[in-house]
Design a protein around this ligand. Structure first.
Ligand code: 3HC
Length: 290
């Protein structure tokens, strides 16, 4: 970790799902003390197990010693109590992609967390201003958007709202780039930001192609893996992102731009209704052993 005068030493992460646990892991690896808040004990345990598995994998591949791995785990604590975040310098929210839930959470965080602290969201698509305006410190609210799997993918997308102050912008940039070692791109505050505004219409097109019987799911995915050297095809990627998240991002984009290319196809909606949410549910477009 690069040392700097403005280094963040203590963060909170809300949510121990796929993204929250990944964010906690990379921050703890960078030497940051991480307090994870998770309301569901089952989700908390799954999240901690996921982090432990990822650390074990790094130790087995000699990317980290056992002691270093134990050090990372010791910097992560999990609680059900939001009040534990009072002393945090930054809190990164990574709960389900639901605007009302996030707005309510930002309102509560604003009351609980030190007034100097930055409140960040890992939202995939919800405009940061909607969260900022639920607080009394909109200048300290910023988007810090990670990519799944967080320990593997090097990118962070910073989202700067019309109210984000230059100081908050700089601390968030330095935390992401210098402390976590991520590549940083910056987006203005539009639903979907840069990556999801491009990625989601592509994934939705693949779902429409499959739904219309135009091609098999295997051929659609193979086309993009073998023909375009993508690491995975769009339907396997939708399963990795989670079909509920894909649907929620599409809805945010559609609400913002009202363009047909962002409209979720009926098959996606029905799969979400059916609980076929992708890898995390054991079944989406493909089946997964858990
Ligand atoms: N945690 C830690 N390490 C992991 C991991 C995880 N969850 N998953 C994979 N890895 C590591 C492996 O240990 C391996 O490391 P090594 O190269 O040192 O051996 C490396 O990643 C490659 O893993 P595998 O060999 O097991 O598998 P693949 O080569 O098939 O890669 C993948 C798997 C990394 C998921 C790759 O297919 C990939 O990058 N896919 C694209 C993912 C993508 O596009 N994500 C963005 C989604 S959009 C998003 O997140 C935004 C949100 O807002 C919706």
């Amino acid at each position: 970790m690069e040392q700097g005068p403005n280094n963040i030493e203590r963060i909170g992460v809300i949510g121990a799902g796929l993204m929250g646990s990944g964010i906690a892991e990379v921050a703890a690896k960078a030497g940051v003390d991480v307090c994870v808040v998770e309301a569901s004990p089952v989700a908390a345990e799954t999240g901690l197990n996921r982090i432990q598995k990822s650390i074990d994998r790094a130790v087995n591949k000699s990317k980290m010693t056992e002691d270093e791995g134990a050090g990372v785990m010791s910097r992560i604590s999990v609680t059900e109590d939001l009040d534990s975040l009072g002393d945090r310098q930054m809190v990164i929210e990574a709960v389900v992609e639901d605007e009302q839930i996030k707005v309510d959470l930002f309102r509560r965080l604003d009351e609980l967390v030190s007034p100097d602290a930055i409140l960040a969201s890992n939202t995939s698509s919800i405009p940061i201003m909607k969260l900022a305006m639920a607080t009394s410190r909109p200048e300290k609210v910023v988007g810090i958007h990670f990519f799944n799997p967080v320990p593997v993918l090097d990118l962070v997308e910073l989202v700067i709202s019309l109210h984000t102050s230059p100081e908050t912008h700089e601390v968030a940039r330095s935390f992401s780039a210098n402390q976590l070692g991520k590549s940083v791109i910056e987006s203005q505050d539009r639903a979907g930001f840069i990556v999801n505004a491009l990625l989601i219409p592509y994934v939705l097109s693949a779902i429409r192609m499959f739904e219309s019987g135009f091609a098999s799911k295997e051929d659609i995915d193979q086309g993009m893996v073998v023909g375009c050297a993508h690491p995975m095809g769009p339907l396997a990627l939708a399963d990795l992102i989670g079909l509920d998240t894909t649907m929620a991002v599409a809805e945010s984009l559609y609400e913002e731009f009202r363009e047909q290319l962002y409209a979720p196809p009926p098959l996606l909606a029905r799969m979400v209704d059916a609980g076929l949410l992708g890898r995390k549910a054991g079944r989406g477009f493909y089946e997964y052993s858990r």
